[in-house]
Design a protein around this ligand. Structure first.
Ligand SMILES: NC(=O)c1ccc[n+]([C@@H]2O[C@H](COP(=O)([O-])OP(=O)(O)OC[C@H]3O[C@@H](n4cnc5c(N)ncnc54)[C@H](O)[C@@H]3O)[C@@H](O)[C@H]2O)c1
Length: 370
């Protein structure tokens, strides 16, 4: 097996974690190029990860032109995704890895998916929290039948949906065995977060029916219930799965609960290391192992593949359309020829005293909660 050459662009908080995940798979990858618009970010990564031998670039196209990598990892904000896929195509890249949310509109997300399909590019979107131990265990236990048959799924994320909602829609589909959504309905309000680098309304609540009859309920934003102390607000999220014989939940920060046949109907709770330790908990490592396995074998499709990510985005977009048009939205959304939903919301959503709980800085989220 030869190693896959990788060029990485965007060396901020998450970029470093992607580098760590690639380096933890030394049999699969060789990093051949590093890119950031900030020289200090390049120098810090070269030094921290002993990559002084890897060429540095201040421009992504220059890097791709010079290094011609097989894999392109870009870890920037959602406004820099479609154009990176276009560059990947121009320079013959075979596989791309990008961060969430995958785009700023469904139209753009569709273009990205189509381009990847047309050019045979394997693409993954980083919904990697499913590798956290509390999520893996919950999935395994549910598959073993400890809650009986799944009936309902409830998602709560305190962050607005382009921050954490796309993660949790992905985990909803994953925990339920990959069944797609048939229809969605939704409500949105609050224009403040539409101005964020990750735009979305301040609050969204939506419901959907999945192909196996399971109902899922999604709440994202400031009105979602807080389960943990305020210092957890940026990642205070919960996925609860209800079955015929009990329920289980798991949260980003490691908290979990189980009321199942195994616990004799009593709610047992606990805490795994969780997201706070994500620099130490090696969830980016299996993400990149799975990616290499997919690159080498078409049948081993990655659990964070771009088609599933698109469907998750489509679900949230459908909830927005339902709210704006006062209709049920049947999936897949066939006609994408409409004004992008965030553009409409910026015009139509009235101020209503809603707020963001924190501001995404890429470094430490600044808390705004009282
Ligand atoms: N998957 C997850 O669990 C998770 C968690 C947090 C953030 N994220 C996502 O990761 C993405 C990146 O977030 P972050 O925290 O690393 O941000 P960050 O601000 O820390 O890092 C972004 C880096 O990209 C660089 N950059 C910007 N424009 C560039 C360009 N044109 N060319 C080269 N480099 C450029 C910046 O200089 C910076 O170093 C965001 O979309 C965010 O939503 C994902």
């Amino acid at each position: 097996m030869s190693k896959h050459t990788v060029a990485v662009m965007g060396l901020g908080v998450r970029g470093k974690i992607h580098i760590h995940g690639l380096l933890e798979n030394p049999d699969y990858y060789e990093i051949v190029g590093l890119c950031d618009i900030k020289q200090e970010a390049l120098d810090l990564v070269s030094e921290t990860y002993h990559l002084e031998h890897v060429p540095q670039f201040l421009d992504a196209e220059e890097m791709l032109k010079a290094t011609r990598p097989e894999v392109f990892v870009f870890v920037t904000y959602p406004n820099l995704r479609l154009n990176m896929i276009e560059l990947a195509i121009k320079y013959g890249v075979k596989a791309v890895s990008l961060e969430k949310p995958m785009a700023e509109s469904l139209q753009e997300a569709k273009q990205m998916v189509n381009l990847c399909h047309e050019h045979g590019i394997k693409a993954v979107v980083c919904h990697q929290q499913k590798y956290l131990s509390q999520f893996q265990r919950m999935k395994q236990k549910i598959e073993e039948g400890v809650i009986g048959d799944i009936r309902k799924i409830h998602v709560e994320t305190q962050a607005w949906f382009s921050q954490l909602g796309t993660h949790y829609v992905d985990y909803t589909l994953w925990i339920n065995g990959g069944y797609r959504a048939k229809w969605v309905c939704g409500h949105v309000h609050g224009p403040v977060s539409l101005e964020d680098t990750h735009p979305a309304p301040d609050y969204l609540v939506g419901t959907m029916e999945l192909e196996n009859g399971v109902r899922a309920y999604i709440e994202c934003g400031y009105l979602s219930e807080a389960h943990n102390p305020p210092e957890y607000s940026s990642s205070d999220n919960r996925l609860t799965v209800y079955g015929t014989d009990g329920y289980m939940y798991a949260e980003t920060d490691g908290f979990w609960g189980a009321c199942t046949k195994e616990t004799n109907g009593r709610l047992v709770t606990g805490k795994d290391p969780g997201w706070r330790n994500h620099q130490q908990v090696p969830i980016q490592t299996p993400y990149y192992t799975e990616f290499a396995q997919w690159i080498e074998d078409d049948s081993k499709v990655h659990s964070c593949n771009i088609d599933t990510a698109y469907h998750g985005y489509e679900i949230l977009e459908g909830m927005c359309l339902s709210a704006l048009n006062n209709v049920r939205v049947d999936l897949p959304i066939q006609d994408l020829n409409y004004t992008p939903v965030f553009e409409r919301m910026k015009k139509d959503l009235p101020p209503c005293g809603s707020k963001k709980l924190w501001i995404y800085t890429g470094q430490t989220p600044r808390k705004e909660r009282d």
